[in-house]
Design a protein around this ligand. Structure first.
Ligand code: ATP
Ligand code: MG
Length: 271
């Protein structure tokens, strides 16, 4: 078998990350994880445990020090059209000289799709994210939440099998965030793509994820626990099942965050 098994979207095998180039300063180590095709998979964990780095490995824009990352296409060694990343709001990479629609069409143009088809697909995805009336606007004329929606439309329009989302709504106001969380959940259910989603927002994790991985604190971070979320979509954040699960995940993460703080309180010389 050259790639991951057929029903696997991504598999991490014995992954280790050491940015010091082999000096043994492992951010994370011995991490094994498989994400199934079509799954909405959420990763939570303390700051610095390597969540963004894991997404970057899948995107093919970072390399592991140890282990390998595979998709059904084979080992990941570079970016590819089967994977696309949605970045945090602060660095939404839109092209300022193109309208919202032209931004969405850009990737389709790169794929060599004919003009009429590009236009139809872009209109369709702008409508799906509720931006049909902003198609002709330039990025500087859009709010942060609208820009993030253009980014989502642009990524989904090119049909990547795997969508990577790194705290995509962290910088938005609570109301816009809520709206976009529901949009992403609905789009995922309509399109059934694999989504791997990193967040610090526990409510968001339980609202969206089929599984939630809680990572342990660095150094040598890994997957601490895995939660299967069996609540039906769309989820009711006030239901007892939702509240209870959110509480468990919160306690789990807090334990790791506390370890980080306890660790940083100890002077280096006495460690
Ligand atoms: N290119 C890099 N060079 C050196 N160190 C890096 C690099 N990228 C990440 N790191 C370090 O690796 C660790 C993990 O970083 P990463 O961004 O993956 O964490 P994270 O879990 O996403 O954190 P946060 O929740 O704060 O976003 C951090 O200590 C970070 O400083
Ligand atoms: Mg991060």
């Amino acid at each position: 078998m050259t790639g991951a098994e057929r029903n696997e979207a991504v598999s991490f095998r014995d992954i280790g990350i050491d940015f010091t180039g082999g000096r043994g300063d492992w951010v994370l180590r011995h991490l094994d994880l498989t994400v199934e095709a079509g799954e909405f998979f959420v990763i939570v964990g303390p700051s610095g445990c390597g969540k963004s780095t894991l997404l970057r490995l899948i995107a093919g824009i970072a390399d592991a020090t140890e282990g390998d990352v595979r998709t059904p296409e084979g080992p990941v060694t570079r970016p590819g059209a089967d994977r696309a990343m949605i970045f945090q709001n602060v660095d939404v990479p839109l092209m300022e000289w193109l309208t919202a629609k032209q931004n969405v069409e850009f990737g389709l143009r790169m794929q060599g799709r004919p003009r009429a088809e590009r236009s139809a697909v872009a209109d369709d995805f702008l409508r799906k994210v509720g931006l049909q009336n902003a198609a002709g606007k330039y990025p500087h004329e859009l709010s942060g939440g609208m820009k993030q929606r253009v980014q989502i439309a642009r990524v989904l329009a090119v049909s990547p099998g795997i969508v990577l989302m790194d705290e995509p709504f962290a910088a938005l106001d609570a109301q816009t965030r809520k709206l976009l969380q529901h949009e992403v959940s609905r789009l995922w259910r309509e399109e059934v793509r694999t989504v791997i989603y990193v967040t610090h927002d526990i409510r968001e994790a339980v609202l969206l994820g089929q599984r939630i991985a809680v990572m342990s604190a660095p150094p040598q971070a890994g997957i601490k626990s895995m939660y299967q979320v069996d609540l039906p979509y769309p989820r009711d954040e006030f239901s007892p099942g939702f509240v209870e699960l959110a509480r468990q995940v919160e306690i789990d993460i807090e334990e790791e965050v506390n370890k980080l703080w306890a660790d940083s309180a100890v002077p280096r010389s006495t460690r």
